[in-house]
Design a protein around this ligand. Sequence first.
Ligand code: PRX
Length: 654
Amino acid sequence: MSTIPEMPAREVPDRVRQGSHSPIQSLDDWRRSWMAARDNPDGFWLRESQARLAWQTPPTQGLRGDFHTIADSQVSWFADGTLNVTESCLDQHLATRGDKVAILWEGDEPGVTRALTYRELYVEVCRTAAALRSLGVQKGERVIIYMGMVPEAAIAMLACARIGAVHSVVFGGFSAEALRDRIRDCAAEVIITQDEGLRGGRVIPLKATCDDACVGERHVRKVLVYQHTSAPVDWLPERDVWWHEALADVAVSELPAVPCVAEDPLFVLYTSGSTGRPKGLVHTCAGYLTWASYTHEVVFDLREDDVYACMADVGWITGHTYIVYGPLCNGATTLMFESTPLYPDAGRYWDIVARHGVTVFYTAPTAIRALAAQGDGFVTDYDRSSLRVLGTVGEPINPEAWEWYYDVVGEGRCNIVDTWWQTETGGIAITPIAPATPTKPGSATFAMPAIVPVIVNDEAQPVVGPGEGRLCLAQPWPGMARTVWGDHERYVSTYFSTFPGFYFTGDGCRRDAEGYHFITGRVDDVLNVSGHRMGTAEFEAVLISVEAIAEAGVVGFPHPIKGQGVYAYVVLQPGVHDETRLLAAANAACRNQIGAHARIDVVQVVPGLPKTRSGKVMRRILRKIAEGAPEQLGDLSTLADPGVVVAIIAGSRR
Ligand code: PRX
């Protein structure tokens, strides 16, 4: 008998089912597709990829490789096919959807909008691609994109893809140092940025930060600058090029797409892990796009007239897959939002829904919690009758926030898709399928076709039936990241060495007796703060660079809005006693070295960190104390100095 309490599933509201054309309409359809993809992955995905993508040479090969041999060779999908992803995202729609809006943009100020049709987007991408080529950008070369949420960010991504260059988008909130690390790691010679970004009424000095990042980086040849606010910016004439001037100079409206092999890299995206610096995950052209297109259509039950709005930033994987590549490959109208959910007030999202007639809306639990805290009036003031599907992503959603989203925002008429996935998975992996899956608050429900979840218990054994443990995936799927840029060994050791033969996600997961999955959060040293993924090791590296600090241990703790907060235990340098301004100094260092989104909530000065006799920090202890549960410290027999723990508990700030 399971000890896990059962919760009844909620049926899909009728309105969500009406008029659906999705390939998966019911749980039976889902089961059939899931088994077909597991038992005959080649047949299933060759068919999907051929139907969805505009191939130059259609592939005859499906999956090659597996998780047992991944140390020696990469997994590949569709390896003998050739294509250019922009032909799937643009050219293939021109005849049938040329005048349909591709990108609908809502600026920082309410009502400041732009709309680009597929034909207009095609022309802009070709012109920008020609401009990049005139700057000497070659196939395979990496181009950093450091921009805010303007349509030109998506145009820049697609322009790189058009000429076979590999883009690496760096979130516009990252600091000059973080940007420099990424420029160096992928040896980028060309950067695309903008004069300034706008967000919540504030100015983000993107060009100035980019200039700081490039100081001493001689290999950066060109910086292409999109003019957004027209603010004056510093200018290096031999390096900097205005976007509008470069496009005027090339004077083309078409550019043939460069043929790529299916497995050529499409982009590198940096993400944080348990240890070391962020890793550049590499996604390839055809497998990624097949996965983006399939998951986007099936999960959200996409329809031709949908106005689809994903509120993420293109600097993260959600923006890549569900603002740009998935929707555009599917010929959808995709909304890009420059501002924040709280600007000018907590009604902004619903104002957008009402004005643009949004049908599918996708955001993060942290935004839902922040908005719920402001009261229902901000929601009910606006007409939300266009909404059909509500999505969430990025972190576990607590049942209270889920219920609020369902009842207040969706008025019980919409289905909620709680989509679990990661930068590494490329696209949604465990999720309800809008017209098919009865939901349970807080559950990501079932796996997509191609995803074979295995929960591994503390004895490293797969859990059969209900239970809890670490979430692994047992089979390759088309959208999986293929490697870490320049470091395949790190890729193998990070994801495939903990449980040989499995991909280890880093997340914990509980499965109930009906097979519903509940993601319980990270079980490694990765933090998820407001849906932003950050490594504790990154914070610790910043802290020990602060003059007063000798040692630091950083952990997460439950936070009612942000999901997790950041708790830092620090040991001061000998002779330092002044604790005032320590938090401010620590956060200034975080802002400089990581970015404004990296903020520590609590600093506690401690006499020492709890270590084993061999000198390893016992993070489990730090975590429990930060969680406010010092009575659950567990086995302390390996602790070198128990007195340290007593002192930490006595001084705990929780
Ligand atoms: O811990 C999981 C959490 O976000 C992590 C992945 O972060 P990132 O690579 O930045 O990608 C975020 C957008 C896909 C996961 O390991 N996570 C993501 N979605 C969910 C989630 N946790 C619970 N439920 C989700 N729906």
